[in-house]
Design a protein around this ligand. Structure first.
Ligand SMILES: Cc1ncc(COP(=O)(O)O)c(C=O)c1O
Length: 451
């Protein structure tokens, strides 16, 4: 019997779904009729048919703690009753309209979100809604081009900004870049990936070196004037790369000197995931000109957002810009309900408290396990980088793949990322409890011990 298996601690509270197909049949049908997708993540595919709070259930009713949250997307918990009620209420009243007509929900929610963004930049006043993070980044880039008159961008190596052409052009990972003619004008600067800094250098020195690299990139790869710098406050897909406190203030100064806008991609870090602050960029004390969001803003309901100042937004005036679903009443109801729950259940504060506890426990694994090179992150955006050997820091993607299977068998779902696929990603719904966090740490410890 495995010590920490959640199924032995708690009886699954769901009956097998009558309509669920056998996993093999579901996998075969998908294989035959769906374009190649990443995954399935496990050596034997996992089928999930139900979610409640921080838990999900497979077709046999087996319960899992969902510490990946549909890739950092389920923020307030699966099927939260308030969120469901608000969506249903709006759907019954009026499902789809167009922003060509007025509906009160759009302005009301835009004001609410812009008010949140004032904590990052008091001039934030204007929102535009899309269906996804990629679309939000695409629009942010277009606004920056119109505003500055430049079409040169800087992004960070290891970054992930999405799957549309511009978003892919801004992505700094070969596995996510397809060989094709991208929109031109993107240059890449060194990520402040402290764990992989040159030996003999302190984290602070390395942050300064990365700022210098950004300055050099602007000097050597652009005209000297840029449209914008794109960055994730904490890099998600690239392996929870968490910069030093000195990095973003230095980068911000370099970007401003080159006349560029600072665009914070908060698709993963937004809605309180990094703890206490609504936006991850608030941790780094710089004033973004544009913020993009998606994922947790809808708790799974598709929504993306661009937030900026009136002056910057007006750069697209005179040209039509439109999104069929963006800003629909149901989308506004879903995202409004997410904000209601974040506030009433104090979830950003919970992310700080429970995430802090969990990171402290993961840091113990870093001390004790020969395979844990570094545990890092903030709030409930955490990563555990696995290596073959702590001296050489050689990435251990095979161990990460094994850990995914082993944790799943014990009732825990986590993700993996990083350019070598060797970073375990822990990004659960923000309603995680201390007992859940201990279950995550205990399960990881048990699996690392068994490797
Ligand atoms: C930081 C970041 N930006 C943008 C995106 C793209 O978002 P979407 O998949 O909603 O287009 C993602 C998705 O993982 C992301 O992590």
């Amino acid at each position: 019997m495995k010590k920490t298996a959640i199924a032995e601690k708690e009886k699954p509270d769901t009956k097998p779904q009558a309509q669920a197909f056998a996993t093999e049949a579901v996998a075969a049908l998908r294989e035959k009729h769906v374009m190649p997708l990443p995954g399935p993540m496990y050596s034997k595919p996992l089928q999930i048919v139900k979610g409640r709070g921080q838990f999900v259930f497979d077709e046999k009713g087996r319960k899992y703690l969902d510490a990946f949250a549909g890739v950092a997307t389920v923020s307030i918990g699966h099927c939260h009753p308030h969120w469901l009620a608000k969506i249903e209420e709006q759907m019954r009243e009026y499902f789809h309209t167009t922003a060509l007509y007025l509906h009160p929900s759009l302005g009301i929610f835009a004001k609410r979100l812009a008010d949140k963004a004032k904590a990052a930049n008091p001039d934030m006043d204007v929102c535009f809604f899309t269906n996804s993070g990629s679309e939000a980044n695409e629009l942010a880039a277009m606004i920056a081009k119109n505003y500055t008159g430049s079409h040169e961008f800087i992004a960070l190596r290891h970054a992930y900004h999405g799957r549309t052409m511009m978003a892919m052009a801004l992505t700094g990972q070969s596995s996510w870049r397809h060989s094709m003619p991208y929109p031109f004008g993107v240059s890449f600067a060194k990520a402040n990936y402290s764990y992989r800094r040159p030996s003999g250098m302190t984290p602070k020195q390395f942050a300064a070196l990365c700022v210098e690299d950004l300055e050099d990139t602007i000097k050597t790869s652009t005209s000297g004037k840029i449209a914008a710098f794109f960055a994730e406050p904490i890099n998600g897909v690239g392996g929870v790369i968490t910069p030093e406190p000195e990095y973003f203030p230095g980068a911000y100064a370099a970007v401003k000197k080159a006349g560029g806008l600072f665009i914070a991609d908060e698709v993963q870090t937004g809605v309180g995931r990094t703890g206490n602050d609504f936006f991850g960029i608030q941790k780094w004390k710089v004033k973004p000109d544009i913020i993009t969001m998606a994922k947790g803003l809808g708790n799974g309901y598709p929504i993306g957002a661009v937030i900026t100042t009136r002056k910057i937004a007006d750069a697209i005036k005179g040209k039509s810009h439109y999104n069929t679903f963006g800003g629909s009443p149901v989308q506004m109801a879903a995202a409004g309900a997410v904000l209601d729950v974040l506030e009433s259940e104090r979830l950003p504060e919970n992310a700080a408290k429970i995430g802090g506890h969990l990171l402290a426990r993961l840091k113990k694994l870093e001390e004790n396990s020969p395979f844990v090179g570094e545990a890092r992150g903030m709030g409930l955006m955490l990563g555990v980088e696995l290596v073959k050997d702590k001296g050489s820091k050689e990435p251990a993607p095979e161990l990460a793949a094994k850990m995914l299977d082993m944790t799943k068998d014990r009732g825990l779902l986590i993700g993996k990322g990083g350019i070598s696929g060797n970073v375990l990603r822990i990004k659960p719904p923000l309603c995680l409890t201390k007992a859940d966090a201990d279950f995550v740490a205990d399960t990881l410890a048990e699996c690392l011990g068994a490797l």
